[in-house]
Design a protein around this ligand. Structure first.
Ligand code: GAR
Length: 210
């Protein structure tokens, strides 16, 4: 059973999807901690309601970004997770705290990376006139939304779509995508080693589609 820590900043619907999939017996994981930089994050309440340990660490409690990240990761590390999942965690993390977790920390991002790293992804996809949009899961490195890709899920952009309708239609796809990636990691089917993402023991040549 893979010990998983989930980092969030808000609603926690991706966290909810992981909890539900774990309950259905689809994920051989234990969510050992849900941590947030926002004390008021709804996802923290969801974790509590499910009997999961929570941690809220306010960035204002630390003198600077590097020390915040170090404190956060020291506390998360105390739960001895095998995997850290960034599920709507809206902060950039310091290279120093990420290094020891290389290959053991993933992020879900609401775009078809490498397109639209950063914020306002739905708006940017619309503004570019894209006809396809989606979400991606990647291993986290110090480069913002830039680590090696594992899988993505695509949706079609329809005439009349707005950032809100795109976000709404993408969300269930995100949930399925994240659950599937965590499942692959928990089963040992997916891994990032020697600088390459492997799937079923062979280097991944193309981003997987969920
Ligand atoms: C999700 O759409 C996730 O892809 C996005 O935040 C949302 C969190 O929703 N993440 C990012 O934008 C990361 N840069 P949730 O709290 O309901 O899971």
């Amino acid at each position: 059973v893979l010990r998983v820590a989930v980092l969030i900043s808000g609603r926690g619907s991706n966290l909810g999807a992981l909890i539900a999939a774990q309950r259905r017996g689809e994920l051989p994981i234990e969510i050992v901690l849900v941590a947030s930089n926002k004390t008021a994050a709804e996802g923290l309440r969801l974790a509590e309601a499910n009997g999961i340990a929570t941690l809220a660490l306010d960035p204002a409690s630390q003198p600077d970004r590097a020390r915040y990240d170090a404190e956060l990761f020291a506390r998360v590390g105390a739960f001895a997770p095998d995997l850290i999942v960034l599920a709507g965690f809206m902060r950039v993390l310091d290279a120093a705290v990420l290094a020891p977790w290389a290959g053991r920390i993933i992020n879900i991002h609401p775009s078809l990376l490498p397109k639209y790293a950063g914020l306002h992804t739905h708006k940017r996809a619309l503004a570019a006139g894209d006809t396809v949009h989606g979400a991606s899961v990647h291993f986290v490195t110090a480069e913002l939304d830039g680590g090696p890709l594992l899988a993505c899920s695509e949706i079609t952009i329809e005439p009349g779509d707005s950032p809100d309708t795109l976000a709404q239609r993408l969300l269930p796809r995100e949930h399925a995508l994240l659950c599937r990636c965590v499942q692959w990691l928990a089963q040992g089917r997916a891994e990032w080693r020697d600088g390459t993402v492997h799937f079923d023991g062979v280097p991944l040549l193309q981003v997987l589609r969920v």
